[in-house]
Design a protein around this ligand. Sequence first.
Ligand code: CA
Length: 303
Amino acid sequence: MKSMLALAAVWLLSLPAMAGTYAQTRYPIVFAHGMFGFNNLAGVIEYWYGIPEDLRANGAQVYVTQVSPLDSSVARGEQLLAEVQNILAISGAAKVNLIGHSHGGQSVRYVAAVIPGQVASITTVGSPGFGSPVADLVLNINNISPTLESIALGALNALGDIIDLLSGGQYTPNIQASLTSLSTAGAAAFNASYPAGLPTSSCGQGAAVTHGVHMYSWGGTSVFTNFLDPTDALLGLSSLAFFGQPNDGLVGQCSSHLGVVLRDNYDMNHLDEVNQAFGLHAWDVDPVALYRNQANRLKMAGM
Ligand code: CA
């Protein structure tokens, strides 16, 4: 009887430490943020709102990286590469599973191209692989008024500076390099050097595996998804640059395609894709569940 009680006590004590295994991938999951992104602001506000916690509770080993909020695709890729090499050293893992949102998609594609042997998979979410007309539009202000362009870029750089400061970064924001990389022409230039996973036909699927790296993507095509979320209005404004073509407020439906396109038209806008702001999203799709499901997909594939 005493031993049974002792066993029961041990079982009860072990309960809080028990995590699920649904998201328990073989290799660590590493998150790479987008434009104006961060790991967390003032140590409180997460970019990937509630997502790492959910994956950890389901057994995954998760790392959240930080690069410059505003810089070119290659510069941010180099910064992520350094972080990934640190993570590989710290964790002792042979490979990582990279997940990039928005401009973070180019970062994970860059790392996969440079060290394919140490990347099991990349997943891009709402990433403008073929650029964004919003970047084209902002850069085009220069043709109308160089003064207005200078004011606009100055204000955006200042915002990048504040984000970098609040998130304890160490980078000098470069809005011109960021927008140039995210423009249609800048994305095409990056793609010429880093074509892995891109669709070979218009708006098609890309190769599922390149140089041993598995590639996936998903995206959204809604803009106004939650009447309580004030960021919907900002995305409503930027979505005007698409002239009615399906988009998530900043990225077009086909521009998000990479590797295996899991789905390109979720009822999500660009910020819903990372469960912002503060978990406010459409009622019919849970952004956190998409990451949990993707972790399970990677797990089942032995990654
Ligand atoms: Ca939202």
